[in-house]
Structures are given as structure tokens and as C-alpha cells.
Ligand binder design. Structure first.
Ligand code: FAD
Length: 183
């Protein structure tokens, strides 16, 4: 990768948002839970804000560099692997639960929130998030909404479609479950 890409990323990110080859934990971003596959990225970014994500996307676009997003890295089909190198964008630091609106069954989260963390947060205020993958302790909400994960709980096709149409939030899932519980 052209060194100009690194310089451009350094110009828009905080030092701790950028990980270069040889640095601690760099290697883990070349694999997920897919068996025996490893592809080294050229650089890893771990943005802490939406603005930083936008800046990274602009750099990737400007220099025509592959950009692979990564949640918890628990995927079993290699989706988070940087097969052509480039930039791996990890959502691990975008991990805040921004709002739980109990009245309207609405929860607003950043994409890197771990599924179990969100489940426990809504349960603490008497709500329920039904999608329950076995990897809930390490997979992310952002990926789940993207892919409409099902996990151990069964959801109807209609429910899944509704989930798909609500990519920016999870409130539908919570409210659907509530409606189901109330008959
Ligand atoms: C022990 C174990 C148990 C599992 N159990 C289940 C289960 O019960 N049900 C099930 O469905 N799956 C299961 N899985 C598979 C895996 O956990 C799920 O696919 C999970 O949803 C992946 O989430 P992740 O955050 O780890 O995504 P990653 O592996 O990091 O990424 C997966 C894909 O999503 C993309 N992506 C990630 N985050 C974003 C984002 N914010 N925006 C855009 N694209 C993004 C990546 O580029 C990649 O293509 C299991 C895996 C393991 C290892």
C-alpha cells in the first residue's frame, strides 16, 4: 500500500485509532473464526467517532484502497477478512449505548456494542431483545442488524423483515417481542 494512505490516515485520526503492522494485536485483524484463514491487512483503524469513520472512508475512496469493516470478528464465513489487504475498520471502540427509551421501546446504540451487553442493558429496565446468537458475548449489534442474525431464538419472516427495515436501531425488535408477549 502506498505510504500516502498511512499519512492520510494519520492526518485524520488520533494516534490510538491507527494500528500498523508489528504493533500489539495487529495480527488478530487478519482472521476471524473461519477456520485456517489469514489475510494480512495493510493497516487497521479503530475509530472512536462517526466523524473518524467518515474520514477513513474518504481516504479509502481517494486512494482506491479496499476497506473491510469488522465487528467482533466471530464470523464463520470470512466476511471480515481483508482478502486484498487494505484497511480493516474495526467498530470495537464504537461501543456506547446512547439511549434506552423505555416509553417507546427504543434503544440507540453504536455499531460496535456487543450483543450481550445490549441484551443485559435493556433487560435491566424490563425490556427484552430477542435475537440470541451463541456468540452473543463477542459479536456486535451492527453486524447483526446488517445480516439479520437469528441465533437460538426463532423469529418469523415478518419479524425479520421488520428488523431489516430498521437498520439504524433495535427498537422494533424490542417492541415486537413485547407485542408477542402480550398476545
Ligand atoms: C462460537 C460461535 C457461535 C456462533 N453462534 C451463532 C448463532 O447462534 N447464530 C448466528 O447467526 N451466528 C453465529 N455465529 C457466527 C457469528 O458470531 C455471527 O455471524 C455474528 O453475527 C458475527 O458478528 P461479528 O460482529 O463478529 O461480525 P464480524 O465477524 O466482525 O463480521 C462479519 C461480517 O459483517 C461485516 N460487518 C461487521 N460489522 C459491520 C458494520 N458495523 N457495518 C457493516 N458491516 C459490518 C464484516 O465486514 C463481515 O463481512 C457464531 C460464531 C461463533 C464463533
Amino acid at each position: 500500500m502506498d505510504n500516502k494512505v498511512i499519512l492520510a490516515l494519520q492526518a485524520v485520526l488520533d494516534a490510538d485509532e491507527l494500528l500498523l503492522p508489528g504493533e500489539l494485536n495487529f495480527e488478530k485483524y487478519g482472521k476471524d473464526e473461519t477456520e485456517d484463514l489469514y489475510f494480512a491487512p495493510h493497516v487497521v483503524v479503530r475509530p472512536k467517532s462517526v466523524e473518524a469513520v467518515q474520514a477513513v472512508v474518504r481516504v479509502a475512496d481517494q486512494f482506491v484502497v479496499p476497506l473491510v469493516s469488522r465487528g467482533g470478528g466471530t464470523g464463520l464465513s470470512g466476511g471480515a477478512l481483508p482478502v486484498r489487504g487494505g484497511i480493516v475498520l474495526s467498530t470495537e471502540r464504537l461501543n456506547r449505548i446512547l439511549e434506552i427509551d423505555q416509553e417507546n421501546f427504543f434503544v440507540r446504540v453504536e455499531p460496535g456494542v456487543i450483543t450481550q451487553v445490549m441484551q443485559e442493558a435493556v433487560e435491566a429496565v424490563g425490556l427484552f431483545y430477542p435475537v440470541d446468537p451463541a456468540s452473543r458475548g463477542s459479536c456486535t449489534i451492527g453486524e447483526m442488524l446488517l445480516r439479520v442474525q437469528v441465533g437460538r431464538e426463532h423469529l418469523s419472516t415478518a419479524q425479520r423483515k421488520t428488523m431489516c427495515s430498521e437498520l439504524t436501531s433495535c427498537w422494533r425488535m424490542v417492541s415486537l417481542c413485547d407485542m408477542a408477549a402480550s398476545g
